[in-house]
Design a protein around this ligand. Structure first.
Ligand code: C5P
Length: 206
């Protein structure tokens, strides 16, 4: 079984994907981490962020087994990730690795921006997770405060909106709901309720 989960930053898709993977006994891949890993490697080696060939070569070497969520969570890494994510050759390399992961036994939950549209168009179940920009910025601000890294709400909101705009506007694999994906708006839902709704939707279609 393959479950595809897409949505904008801080929509709750990551938490949902982790919980669904545990519930159904599936592997889980946060594909955002693969773009972040490429960006982090470029930054670390002092390589340019605007050279597609270099970024694609680094993307071909990303080890999905060694993605360090903590190290990749830095704000600069997310910014850089959304810049290299517009490059077709980077996406081709990462999508290949993501598809291999998806088809490993016993199946997987993948979350990202283009899982239902590009990476796993034949997924058994597809969810598109939304929430208003204000709710997402509030969640992200609270999450950062919880990690001892307080951030300014207005700045977080501006950041999210800038990154979403870039993700939705890009020519290759833009962030959008697959036609056959179920929309789950989590603006007014806590994680428990969102999880139960997602299970209901998935059990109906799988
Ligand atoms: O989800 P996360 O914020 O970690 O993703 C970082 C960036 O990677 C996103 O802003 C987006 O540009 C890119 N990304 C993507 N396709 C995916 C996952 C992430 O383009 N499937």
């Amino acid at each position: 079984m393959i479950i595809a989960i897409d949505g904008p930053a801080a929509s709750g898709k990551g938490t949902l994907a982790r919980r669904l993977a545990a519930h159904y006994g599936l592997n889980h891949l946060d594909t955002g981490l693969t773009y972040r890993a490429v960006a982090a490697a470029l930054l670390e080696k002092g390589l340019p962020l605007d050279d597609e060939e270099t970024a694609a070569r680094v993307a071909g070497e990303v080890d999905l087994g060694a993605l360090d969520r903590e190290a990749l969570s830095l704000h600069e890494v997310g910014e850089a990730a959304s810049k290299i994510a517009v490059m077709g050759k980077v996406r081709t390399a990462l999508v290949k690795a993501q598809q291999r992961f998806a088809h490993r036994d016993p199946g997987a939950v993948l979350d990202g921006r283009d899982i239902g549209t590009v990476v796993c168009p034949d997924a058994d179940a597809k969810l598109f997770v939304e929430a208003s920009a204000e709710v997402r910025a509030r969640r992200r601000t609270d999450e950062m405060a919880g990690r001892g890294k307080p951030a300014d709400y207005a700045e977080v909101l501006a950041d999210l909106e800038r990154r979403d705009a870039r993700d939705r506007a890009r020519a290759v694999a833009p962030l959008k709901k697959a036609e056959d994906a179920h929309l789950l708006d989590t603006s007014d839902l806590d994680i428990e309720t969102a999880f139960r709704k997602a299970v209901e939707l998935i059990d109906r279609v799988r």
